[in-house]
Design a protein around this ligand. Structure first.
Ligand code: NDP
Ligand code: 2IT
Length: 446
């Protein structure tokens, strides 16, 4: 980065937030992409748009006490970062994972600003979560945690203010418990959370949306470069919500998905993943991915999740967590002939891995564009809640597909306009930024 103004912004953010490496990583990537924009648009610099954008509008941290099944008091820490509301109410998921801290929630909230802008829907950026570990907890423990979490969060959110949703460790069960508690505390039935159950305001196709949207985006990117999922071999990491529906749609589009993983290890099935088995194991029984090989003798299980990137594939879809592909993994993918990496997870590639993709002319679909289908469909859930109406699965899926096609076009167009054709990362950052920046400038110094 050569632009002195951007260097100064980055330095001041680093100084102010010394213990937030993931946030700094996400910020550095965006600021680097904005270099040509800053030169072309001095008006945005003069309006202090970037100086304001890097500081969350509000961040909330709170105690979450709950009682476990042995009658013992447990205390977790809750977070909600309301990053930017220039184009709509704060919107973003809730992550429940022991690794959660303020820096992680800030990186996710920051990414969400640009992602939500790319969806074309009116949603600002936010994110929340807790260092609570849902693994191995009983339903009763999960419910008591979710109720306690919402007992503080409810005063900070609302259908026109901040609308949380799922993320790692937060699925339909957790959203249901949180919604129930919000409704009880406020005595109001509103669309305050998305990813709700279908019997109480949820949208058809929201469960599938991130994985399906990832494949719709990726198919557009492949098509624009003379390739397709049809006949391709695909490596997927993770075996949660995003991974499962990415596997389903990639298979429907003619690909063979040969891997899935969890934080312990990965499975390789040369015949193509039997998704019904994975759904049963992960969605119903909540078991580990290694159980797959018990019923699939032709498949293998290997301890350690990073090994998944050493499997030969044409297309890699990381769908687990941040920084899961480092330089060595990216080099292994390139060496094995992988020609496209498209991100279902948030920030799954380290900066060094991204350099390897570009150095090897691989197609790179960045998270904030490629995985925007989840939040886009959350936006459609909000629309249906406001209308007090529900669209069919086919209607929602068609809207999701149109949105993903338009996101790819926005990234492609911006990459060309700013002289970086084919760099969809820069395109996503620039296109996502410009809409928010225009709104911030128009609304004055707030
Ligand atoms: P889930 O909790 O459903 O699944 C997460 C999966 O990733 C599990 O297989 C989990 O394994 C694995 N995983 C989580 N943390 C780690 C880790 N530290 N190391 C290795 N593996 C890990 O979450 P989602 O599928 O919803 O989310 C996956 C990714 O997609 C996240 O990055 C999330 O931010 C992103 N995302 C999610 C959206 C959504 O709508 N849900 C929308 C857009 C992005 P294990 O069970 O062992 O923990
Ligand atoms: O990272 C994400 O975009 C999500 N976890 C989904 C957020 C949402 O509000 O649906």
């Amino acid at each position: 980065m050569k632009n002195q103004y951007l260097i100064d912004v980055l330095e001041s953010v680093k100084k102010r937030n010394p213990n937030e490496p993931e946030f700094i990583q996400a910020l550095t990537e965006v600021l680097e992409s904005l270099e040509p924009v800053v030169e072309k648009r001095p008006d945005l610099v003069a309006a202090g748009v970037i100086d304001r954008l890097v500081e969350p509008e509000r961040q909330i941290m709170f105690r979450v006490p709950w009682v476990d099944d042995n009658g013992k008091v447990q205390v977790n820490r809750g977070f909600r970062v309301q990053f930017n509301s220039a184009i709509g109410p704060y919107k973003g998921g809730i992550r429940l994972h022991p690794s959660v801290n303020l820096g992680i929630i800030k990186f996710l909230g920051f990414e969400q600003i640009f992602k939500n802008s790319l969806t074309t829907l009116p949603m600002g950026g936010g994110k929340g979560g807790s260092d609570f570990d849902p693994k191995g907890k009983s339903d009763g423990e999960i419910m008591r945690f979710c109720q306690s979490f919402m007992t503080e969060l409810f005063r900070h959110i609302g259908a026109d203010c901040d609308v949380p949703a799922g993320d790692i460790g937060t699925g339909a069960r957790e959203i249901g418990y949180m919604f129930g508690q919000y409704k009880r505390l406020r005595n109001e039935f509103t669309g305050v959370l998305t990813g709700k159950g279908l019997t109480f305001g949820g949208s058809l196709a929201r469960t599938e949306a991130t994985g399906f949207g990832l494949c719709y985006f990726t198919e557009e990117m492949l098509k624009a470069n003379g390739k397709s999922f049809n006949g391709a071999t695909v490596a997927i990491s993770g075996s949660g919500n995003v991974a499962i529906y990415a596997c389903q749609k990639a298979t429907e589009l003619g690909a063979k998905v040969v891997t899935m993983s969890d934080s312990n290890g990965y499975i390789y099935d040369p015949n193509g993943i039997d998704l019904a088995c994975v759904k049963q194991l992960k969605e119903v029984e909540r078991k580990r991915i290694k159980e797959y090989v018990a019923t699939h003798p032709e498949a293998t299980y290997t301890e350690g999740c990073a090994g998944v990137w050493t499997v030969k594939c044409d297309i890699a879809l990381p769908c687990a967590t941040q920084n899961e592909i480092n330089k060595a993994s990216a080099e292994a993918l390139a060496k094995n002939g992988c020609y496209a990496v498209s991100e279902g997870a948030n920030m799954p590639s380290t900066p060094e891995a991204i350099e390897v993709y570009f150095a090897n002319n691989m197609l790179y679909g960045p998270a904030k564009a490629a995985n925007a289908g989840g939040v886009a469909t959350s936006g459609l859930e909000m629309s249906q809640n406001s209308l007090r109406y529900g669209w069919t699965f086919e209607e929602v899926d068609a809207k999701l597909k149109n949105i993903m096609v338009s996101i790819f076009k926005a990234c492609d167009d911006a990459s060309k306009e700013y002289g970086m054709e084919g760099n969809y990362m820069a395109g996503a950052n620039i296109a996502g930024f410009l809409k928010v920046a225009e709104a911030m400038k128009a609304q004055g110094c707030v």
